[in-house]
Design a protein around this ligand. Structure first.
Ligand code: SAH
Ligand code: SF4
Ligand code: F3S
Length: 476
């Protein structure tokens, strides 16, 4: 049974002897330093859902150690920037944001996440930065902050890659929301030629299934109804089995994990993101038909519809193989929908290659998609390829692809007018009494209501559709 340590509300605390437990595994953090804290922190987050998950864990750990969450950045003694590096200019943007956020009250500036892992040598160019910490060592942040506050060290850099250590060293979440993320896998071995992630997050590594089951159970027992399992390459999950069962396999794949997570009483929606096309098999597709709470929706990025570009990208599949997988998926689980990511302006991409992407997007018939201009990343092979595409041309190509993607998004939104959609409400809308939620397909659904439905599932009759949203009335 999971042992949850009491949250420390006192601003006087010591992390030298705190026992932190997760699942059945006991890990004792011994920083050997007595902490006497009276400081407020603020975290700025940039990037993907995994960064949101990481930042939430950092906040929980700091509160556990006695730090307080500031009401806003102006009120913070400690400014933490948790960053992304997937596209260009991340470091420049970060430096200018530090200047905007820093004020006389700021005692410590800490910068973590993917930018620092990729740009470590440049980080201390900004004079205000005290702490630079990579995405695999954020559990050590309280110790580093105290070293700066106590004047022991002024500048600290830790970009070590002890994958998985952080999961053991952080207490389970106390502030549980109705929708929660759980990281199950981190890093990537695919080395797509444009992508920085294998360099920032390190090699692929899966968490033991027992830890994932314990964390999810804790979240669901404390109010989470929607769980999203996260990984940079989530469907290549291969974690240590929680128990052997029939067949005695020592590791579980994503399919086995989904069946087991779905058994946790109280889960209403189960998602996973982001998947690689090559790691979809028949068993995983069948799970979408058989597991009630598993949403009939997956994000499967195609990136390009040209086989030449897919080869240059090192994606490991052709466009035909990809479309065959979608067709097989639709055969097995008829209500399934897909979304995708695309990159335009990859080196050597021609107008014909772009047309092939547009054709493939039409054939795949996505409910929505994201499209990005190719951004050369230092250290990646694509940044050194010949025939880089000029920025203005990338703009033109992005607009062309976008027009087609928007067309299919509108078509999909219109197709649900008149239907009833179970919607989990997340936030207020722009107008008074307006609320916005998501259905299983991640479509934004807007309603008007006298009482806030935030955090609740409601049945909504869809009455109208536009490009980005659909509108409806709560019927329950
Ligand atoms: N692991 C996921 C993607 C993670 S990054 C996968 O393989 O599908 C999220 C998206 O950012 C990618 O799908 C890709 O479309 C985009 N992306 C990654 N590197 C990029 C780059 N250098 N320039 C532009 N877009 C990029
Ligand atoms: Fe990046 Fe995804 Fe390719 Fe991995 S599979 S290198 S995370 S785009
Ligand atoms: Fe960005 Fe790192 Fe996520 S580069 S997209 S924050 S894995």
């Amino acid at each position: 049974m999971a042992v949850v340590p009491q949250m420390q509300h006192s601003i006087e605390s010591s992390i030298s002897n705190i026992d932190v437990y997760e699942g059945d595994t006991e890990t004792i953090i011994k920083h050997g330093e007595n902490i006497s804290v009276c400081a407020k922190f603020h975290i700025e987050i940039y990037g993907c859902q995994m960064n949101v998950y990481d930042a939430q864990r950092i906040a929980e750990l700091l509160q556990f150690c006695g730090f307080e969450k500031a009401k806003c950045h102006e009120d913070a003694d400690i400014l933490i920037f948790y960053t992304c590096n997937i596209r260009e200019k991340a470091a420049a943007r970060l430096f200018s944001n530090i200047n905007i956020f820093k004020n006389q009250k700021t005692k410590v500036v800490a910068v973590g996440g993917c930018v620092v892992q990729a740009e470590k040598e440049n980080m201390f160019r900004h004079k205000a930065i005290n702490i630079v910490f990579g995405p695999q060592v954020y559990h050590k942040l309280p110790e580093y902050i105290m070293d700066v506050i106590n004047g022991k060290r002024d500048r600290i850099m830790d970009v070590g890659m002890p994958q998985m250590e952080k999961f053991k060293a952080i207490p389970v979440k106390q502030n549980v929301s109705y929708s929660e993320f759980v990281t199950i896998q981190e890093g990537c071995n695919n080395f797509c030629t444009y992508c920085i992630v294998p360099y920032t997050r390190g090699p692929e590594c899966s968490r033991p299934a027992i830890d994932i089951l314990h964390e999810t159970k804790h979240l669901v027992e404390n109010g989470a109804q929607e769980i999203t399992l996260l990984g940079q390459n989530v469907n290549s999950y291969h974690g240590e089995a929680a128990y052997l069962g029939i067949g005695g396999k020592k590791t579980w794949d994503i399919t086995r994990l989904l069946y087991e997570v779905a058994k946790i009483l109280g889960i209403r929606r189960l998602r996973y993101v982001t998947s690689h096309p090559k790691d979809f098999n028949k068993e995983l597709m069948t799970a979408h038909r058989e597991i009630d709470v598993l949403v009939p929706f997956v994000h499967i990025p195609l990136q390009s519809g040209s086989n030449k570009i897919l080869r240059l990208m090192n994606r490991g599949h052709t466009v035909e193989e990809y479309l065959d997988k979608l067709a097989m998926f639709r055969d097995i689980a008829p209500n399934i929908q897909f979304s995708s990511d695309f990159i335009v302006g990859f080196p050597q991409e021609t107008d014909e290659d772009l047309q092939a992407t547009i054709d493939a997007a039409r054939m795949a018939d996505y409910s929505f998609s994201y499209a990005f201009k190719y951004s050369p990343r230092k250290k990646t092979p694509a940044s050194r390829m010949q025939d880089q595409i000029p920025e203005e041309e990338k703009e033109v190509r992005l607009a062309k692809l976008y027009a087609v993607l928007q067309e299919s998004q509108l078509k999909y939104n219109q197709s649900i007018v008149g239907t009833i959609q179970e919607t989990l409400f997340e936030k207020e809308g722009r107008r008074e009494n307006q609320y916005v939620g998501k259905n299983v397909y991640l479509q934004s659904i807007v309603v008007e209501a006298d009482e806030s439905p935030i955090g609740k599932f409601m049945n909504v009759k869809i009455t109208k559709a536009t490009q980005n949203s659909v509108f409806g009335e709560i019927i329950q």
